[in-house]
Design a protein around this ligand. Structure first.
Ligand SMILES: O=C(O)CCC(=O)C(=O)O
Ligand SMILES: [Fe+2]
Length: 317
């Protein structure tokens, strides 16, 4: 379970500033905090430095609209065939509240929606994740690809750190070992439930609570992405509309030796994996993590070797 940190619910303070191409917007004198925005042409070293030090950055237009439209189309068709209720039933009232009673969540997206594959392997997203976690690992894994659709009249999600999924008190370091890209699939506005982010909170003590005016909003158009490290405080915003769902795809990646949140090899079992490309399969866990170049060992092996080789030889499932 993720760490849940309570703040005054529904505090709705600020939006991400929009700036000229290539520029990052910060909080001006006297203004509320903002998530810095980096427009194309993307300055990746600056984006990564911003995420590393403050916890989050918005990258407008990172994902091509054609990919967003294809994903939304296939998801709509899938939801028609597999009707789902909003809300979760985890057995824990607190956790169900955390997940949202009017929020539709679909896990195991790579096994359900094929149009998610070019998003999960998006070259710029994956390259950014690899660089950001290279301090820890030469390989990264997809931790979870989760569709998060915040329905009308949903209240704000509790502010939390995603890193709490593993163990809330794991040491927090300069370099993150969990970084996510929240890709907007519909408009993220103050009304629909734009993600709330507390810039700088990746450096806060675990028990420090944000005040309302320290919470920024990730206002985004479809195709924009919020990139954030797992230990920055954040949460879904309240959806104040009567009829507009806010749809986002949360793509979370972690160091290659860490156990992902979703069991992606059950989501995409060998019979489905056979015709997928190596890059996606590696992110899903079909490649062993090899740390021998730093005098380490291997984890994630199958039959004393790499699962991908066994898959390609037809030895799995
Ligand atoms: O939906 C959002 O904007 C954020 C959701 C989130 O942070 C989570 O469920 O862990
Ligand atoms: Fe989260």
């Amino acid at each position: 379970m993720e760490t849940v940190e309570t703040v005054p619910a529904d505090t709705d303070v600020t939006t991400a500033d929009r700036t000229a191409p290539g520029g990052a917007a910060g909080a001006g004198p006297g203004s509320a905090p903002a998530v810095p925005v980096f427009r194309a042409p993307y300055d990746w070293p600056a984006i990564e430095e911003c995420v590393r030090t403050t916890g989050a950055a918005i990258v407008p237009g990172l994902v091509d609209r054609s990919l967003v439209d294809a994903f939304n189309r296939e998801l709509d068709e899938w939801l028609e065939r597999n009707p789902r209720q909003a809300g979760s039933n985890t057995g824990s009232e607190l956790y169900d509240k955390f997940l949202g009673r009017k929020t539709l969540r679909v896990h195991g997206v790579p096994g359900k929606i094929r149009a998610s594959h070019p998003l999960i392997t998006h070259p710029e997203i994956v390259a950014c994740m690899r660089r950001m976690m290279s301090h820890w690992s030469n390989e990264i894994l997809l931790s979870v690809a989760e569709l998060i659709q915040i329905g009308p009249r949903e209240s704000a999600q509790l502010i939390h750190r995603d890193t709490g999924s593993w163990w809330p008190h794991l040491p927090r370091e300069e370099h993150p070992w969990n970084v996510s890209a929240m890709v907007a699939l519909t408009p993220f506005t103050h009304e629909t439930g734009a993600t709330r982010v507390v810039p700088g909170s990746c450096r806060w003590p675990l028990d420090r609570r944000p005040r309302g005016e320290q919470i920024a909003r990730a206002v985004m158009d479809p195709g924009d992405a919020l990139i954030f490290r797992g230990d920055v405080l954040h949460g879904g915003g309240a959806n104040k509309t009567r009829d507009q769902a806010r749809r986002g795809l949360a793509l979370s990646y972690c160091a290659g030796w860490l156990r992902p949140v979703d069991n992606n090899m059950l989501a995409v079992p060998p019979r489905m994996a056979a015709d997928l490309d190596d890059e996606l399969l590696a992110l899903l866990g079909y490649v062993a993590h090899d740390a021998t170049h730093v005098d380490g060992g291997l984890v994630g092996m199958y039959d004393n070797g790499d699962p991908l080789g066994a898959l390609r030889r037809g030895e799995l499932g």
